[in-house]
Design a protein around this ligand. Structure first.
Ligand code: PRT
Ligand code: ZN
Length: 297
């Protein structure tokens, strides 16, 4: 039987749809019905394991999966928990993705006198990320107690279980609804590709590198644009400087014209209207900006 590589993604939650879309953009055709815990990659040797996000680092740690997509918040917490038991994590945080943005931040009851981390000595903090929070306290010499809550952390102060909390925040609406004030952020998080550090067969290594290269390609494409314009020959240097993240432009002569050329560039960062206006100021005309569908560097 041919070897298969297992990719763990969240079964049902904020990361699920984005993770599947990302793998599909990498060319993977997944056959999967809603109730199945495993999806089958029809055209590549990948199986997709649908699990709770908290289980993803552990599956890689135990060599049951080779790749995972999970919030950096979860990956970091698990790394610190392994380190606390004197082992080390068996995965690398490989690529930061463009979804799942959130912050792990302190929040203080409006009714309390706590206004910053400097007021936390001797206080009790509720969180679902005890290792990350304890690590922060140790590094900043703060002598506070940490109590683990697996859900509804924002209720802990009103239940009398904690003086403050440290939880994920996205819009901040949940904090406001519970009369909590946002405090210092200890971790900015985004969905991340985890890759096993275990040694793999040549076949698996080749496919793991291939899918990661394609993921990075998809990320680049999301921002990248192909830009075409006419420009005076002597303005090419200035044009390249105005377009961030470009490599050497392709310069094509125009039929019957001597001092004007067609310039084509791939720009790997967002192109703003202001940039187009600046291009015009240095002599460019007929500027076209088109999306890039696929890119392999
Ligand atoms: O069932 P499973 O364990 O897989 O799911 P889960 O409930 O643990 O995770 P899920 O789907 O809620 O989140 C998965 C990942 O999404 C997290 O680990 C983060 O990496 C990321 N993420 C991004 C968030 C948020 N934004 C977020 N806002 N995870 C949780 N939240 C919570 C936050 O804690 C708060 O309670 O959403 C609530 C609303 O936030 P506000 O600030 O927008 O009001
Ligand atoms: Zn979870």
């Amino acid at each position: 039987m041919k070897e298969r590589i297992k990719i763990a993604v969240q079964k049902s939650g904020r990361l699920t749809e984005h993770s599947i879309t990302l793998l599909q953009k990498c060319g993977l055709i997944i056959s999967h019905t809603k109730d199945q815990l495993i999806g089958y990659g029809e055209n590549m040797p990948f199986d997709i394991m649908f699990v709770r996000d908290d289980d993803i680092p552990g599956l890689i740690q135990e060599n049951l999966c080779e790749i995972g997509i999970v919030g950096a918040n979860v990956a970091r917490e698990k790394q610190l928990s392994y380190e606390s038991s004197r082992s080390s994590s068996n995965f690398d945080l490989e690529s930061s993705l463009d979804f799942g943005h959130c912050k792990l931040s302190f929040a203080y009851p409006e009714s309390s006198s706590i206004r910053s981390v400097n007021d936390l000595d001797g206080k009790t903090i509720a969180t679902s990320y005890p290792f990350t929070v304890k690590n922060y306290f140790t590094k900043n010499s703060i002598d506070a107690n940490v109590t683990e809550f697996s859900g509804a952390v924002e209720l802990a102060p009103s239940l009398g279980k904690a003086d403050a909390i440290c939880d994920l925040v996205s819009t901040g609406n949940t904090l406001r609804a519970h009369n909590l004030m946002a405090g210092e952020t200890i971790l900015e998080s985004v969905a991340t590709v985890l890759k096993s550090k275990s040694e793999q067969s040549e076949f698996k290594s080749m496919w793991i590198e291939k899918i990661i290269e394609r993921i990075n390609g998809v990320l680049q494409v999301n921002e990248s644009k192909y830009i075409m314009m006419h420009a005076p020959k002597n303005a090419i240097n200035e044009i390249t400087k105005l377009l961030p993240g470009t490599e050497s432009p392709t310069v094509i002569p125009l039929d019957g014209v001597n001092d004007t050329v067609a310039v084509h560039v791939v720009c790997k960062e967002t192109v703003f209207w202001e940039t187009l206006e600046e291009l015009k100021d240095v002599g460019a005309s007929s500027i076209l900006v088109v999306p890039v569908e696929k890119m392999l560097m």
